[in-house]
Design a protein around this ligand. Structure first.
Ligand code: NIG
Ligand code: FE
Length: 416
């Protein structure tokens, strides 16, 4: 099956084959073509270029695709009408599978309680775990799919989804099965992460629960692609994290770590030592930690939506890029610290609050996001051979306007 997208005003996000991530000054660059076309074949980007598309003598030509080797019968033509085409967003950090809502805590927060205070009162993650425990697997799937459809409609073409609201073996596996079902049922790319160590489950001592997570890991690995630990003050220590990551590695799960959201946690160092694919949050980071990340395979990932929602500091994204580091940005979509998966808003926050340029923010939510979920060889850019997960905008849009006019309707078609 072939699809030709013609009359593209701006094709942006073109990256040469083999470039799996961008870092430092390279983050300010991405390939662009004006007046372009793009050909999709069997779901993959087959070719793209400027000027008249293959088989079309000019943009207004009525000449069918005949002399081009493209059989007009088998080609679907999409007229982009001057719109921009970019790779779909790759959201490398979400907790989109959850039950119910935490609106009550939103009011607590408005009344002055911090995230830590709400958690200490048995709210927070444990509140979501209680709700999830009472929700059937089918209902959990349906509730989560509402959000999955929402973010796909807003341009997300690949998403990582974490467990972590089960906090006991049965409920963690329930979550992982729901994530697997989502993976099987949507055209977007899904990667699954076992986050048993999100909080200590009810009825366990801290030590008992760390052991329980280790014991759950082989079964979880039947579904999950990655393993994650909330390595932060009041949650899990670097020692706990190291033990859990070892169990993950024995089960074939690569690490993705929550670190430095609430305090400088030591999670960055543990993550890098264990070859983590990403370390996420990083609202605060020491220069020693930046040095540890430099030239490592680990993608630093920041979540400006949760800084915004919690009213805490934004990570030093500018400093990371200026120091030559790579950076990914993700939504952290979850009921407690970031109840939104809108990646254009993530881009806007990165530009407005973290002083990234729109192109840097764009690279952070596409190619580098794909890297942070282990799929940048198949997604995250306009590259021949990659999966055609594409966004087509209204006419006249460009990458700067995407972050600048961040509430104006812009998407014309999501092609996944
Ligand atoms: O990434 N920080 C830990 N986990 C989530 C919040 C989860 C929740 O509050 O439900 C986060 O911010
Ligand atoms: Fe998170």
């Amino acid at each position: 099956m072939k699809t030709l997208i013609k009359n593209i005003g701006l094709l942006a996000g073109i990256v040469p084959e083999g470039v799996l991530r961008k870092e430092g000054a390279g983050m300010a660059e991405t390939g662009m073509l004006e007046n372009a076309w793009l050909l999709v074949e069997d779901g993959l980007i087959a070719d793209f270029g400027t000027g008249a598309p293959p088989g079309q003598l000019s943009r207004h030509s009525a000449q069918p695709l005949r002399h081009s080797g493209l059989d007009p019968e088998s080609v679907t033509v999409i007229d982009a009408a001057g719109g921009m085409v970019i790779p779909a967003f790759c959201d490398s950090h979400t907790h989109i599978v959850y039950a119910g809502s935490r609106e009550g805590e939103f009011l607590d927060k408005i009344n002055g309680l911090s995230y830590e205070e709400i958690a200490a009162r048995g709210g927070g993650i444990l509140n979501s775990a209680d709700l999830l425990h009472e929700t059937s697997e089918d209902d959990l799937y349906e509730q989560s799919m509402v959000r999955v459809r929402e973010i796909m409609a807003h341009g997300t073409g690949a998403m990582e989804i974490k467990s972590g609201y089960g906090l006991n073996p049965e409920d963690e596996l329930k979550m992982l099965r729901v994530i697997e079902r989502i993976k099987q049922n949507i055209p977007a790319i899904v990667r699954s992460t076992f986050l048993g160590a999100h909080a200590v489950g009810r009825g366990y001592s801290h030590e008992e629960y760390v052991q329980a997570v280790i014991d759950m890991t082989p079964e979880a690995a039947k579904y999950a692609d990655f393993i994650d630990v909330f390595c932060d003050e009041g949650f899990f220590t670097p020692d706990d994290t190291a033990r859990i990551l070892k169990a993950g590695s024995a089960a074939g799960l690569r690490a993705k770590i929550h670190a430095n959201e609430l305090a400088v946690s030591g999670g960055v160092e543990v993550g890098v030592q264990h070859g983590a694919l990403s370390v996420d949050h990083l609202e605060r980071t020491t220069s020693a930690q930046m040095a540890a990340l430099k030239d490592s395979a680990t993608m630093p990932t920041m979540l400006p939506g949760s800084s915004f929602f919690l009213g805490i500091s934004f990570g030093n994204a500018r400093g990371f890029i200026d120091a030559g580091l790579p950076l990914a940005l993700a939504s952290d979509y979850n009921p407690g610290s970031s109840p939104s998966g809108d990646m254009r808003f993530v881009m806007a926050l990165a530009c407005i609050r973290m002083r990234l340029t729109p192109v840097e923010a764009f690279n952070a939510v596409t190619l580098n996001g794909a890297y942070a979920m282990g799929i940048s060889d198949i997604a995250g850019s306009i590259t021949r051979g990659k999966q055609a997960k594409l966004l087509l905008t209204e006419p006249g849009w460009n990458l700067t306007r995407l972050a600048y006019q961040y509430r104006t309707p812009w998407l014309r078609q999501v092609i996944v």
